[in-house]
Write a protein that binds this ligand. Sequence first.
Ligand code: G4P
Length: 527
Amino acid sequence: MSTIEQEIKKRRTFGIIAHPDAGKTTLTEKLLLFGGAISTAGAVKSNKIDTATKSDWMEIEKQRGISVATSVMGFEYQGMKINLLDTPGHQDFAEDTYRTLTAVDSVVMVIDCVKGVEQQTEKLMEVCRMRNTPVICFINKLDREGRDPYDLLDEIEDKLAINVRPLTWPIGMGKTFKGVYNLFSKNLLLFKPSKQQLSAEGVEVKDLSDSILEEYTGDTLANQLREDVELIEGVYPEFDKTEYLNGQVAPVFFGSAVNSFGVKEMLDTFINIAPEPKGRETEEQAVEPTDKDFSGFVFKIHANMDPKHRNRIAFVRICSGKFERGNSYLNVRHEKKFRFSNATAFMAQDKETIDEAFPGDIVGLYDTGNLKIGDTLSQNNIGLFKGIPSFSPEIFREVINKDAMKTKQLDKGLNQLMDEGVAQLFTFEMGARKVVGVVGNLQFEVIQHRLKNEYGASCTFSPMNLYKACWISSKDKKKLDEFVKSKYRHIAKDKDGKLVFMAETKAWLQMVQDNFPDIEFHFTSEY
Ligand code: G4P
């Protein structure tokens, strides 16, 4: 096996997704502790923005700082190189999360056993489904009085449209929580609440009818567990790794992240079953990780952390070949080569300069404004990587310039913030009105604040009555031209110059779709 093949086999690149408060930060920290990447609890900072302090700008800047520090956390575990990609906790920055999900090979989904499947989890799962991303489910907070485990599993299947297969099973819950039974290795893990201790005590119970079970759990729970295990083995088909890798079935673990309980079982299974970096497609060809030539794409940009310098870090997911610092690589969009002499790898919370990196790895490249989200970097022109779409935003406002003397700064600032993916900009064909589309209102505040602070430009936002931005296309170019002409007032262009139909209401969009059957309307920029 070549060095590069060995390196690929070792890599597992994944993200943790969760509705805020389900325990993502806590679980992340425990995984890093198991991986020996950090030594004390409390080292991982939550990247949540507290809604109570959300208009506090310091809070947002602090969040950006934390977010750059914890965007990628690399660690080693049992000979594997694991890259954990963090996703923003606040739902107003969901688009950032969607993009991060394009750079991972699998995800771990955390669900609070008290609250069950929450709204944000549903949305994130939709994004995972678009790429058939393999999902492992961790049901958290079993030390609390939560919902019935069967109900939780049904709800996951129902709301997240994925089959589940429990691999551990809880014994009691909340005050009566005794531990979990590992259905795979058939041993019992006993629960002792401890925020400090890392591994739980395990006892082997090869035969569930053995009365030793009663000693550990008491009569009632022992009988309940026997019944549960029989039922589970009867109802759920055996766990099938291929189905998991195809994104059809999610293995489920129960535990309590804050007590480090059930986490190791999940991590051990994760490194056994989670996929290594896979091939990806560009507009022109299929790219395999083992291909000799380097390629990768930008999925995140962090800019202007220091207002005095216009420095940015572009996060690049490596897809094939070996990245070597100091080499020149082609930016496919510009058709121009750039040399990257300053590259960073992310290990736990430290950044360190690296000389080489392999498929599955994330490197941070210092950039002066040549890169934007979705860009492909490669040795040769292989076309742009697919699968990094923009989604139709949900809230739209028109940008009103408040200082005519600073028009240039406003334009520049807006363009750069859009390159970073802070929000989406649509420019109407008529009157060149600029409309910013976001997922959550907090993004407007961030834009306004950063335009002022970093570019010296002032603007306000005027509400617009828009329902969706639909990217439009047609097999018949003439029909598309006619449509654009007839709906001129509602046509805009996105950041890449693609045509977008700005629909005011759902009903109206439906009517337009019915009246123009030759036009295709898309809710993402990739179709
Ligand atoms: P998030 O990143 O998904 O938003 O969640 P985070 O890990 O910050 O956890 C949210 C809250 O849930 C935290 O409490 C955390 O301690 C708690 N938590 C995490 N895992 C468990 C668990 O297994 N059992 C119980 N009972 N609680 C858990 P907090 O009060 O917001 O913060 P803290 O002061 O406890 O850190």
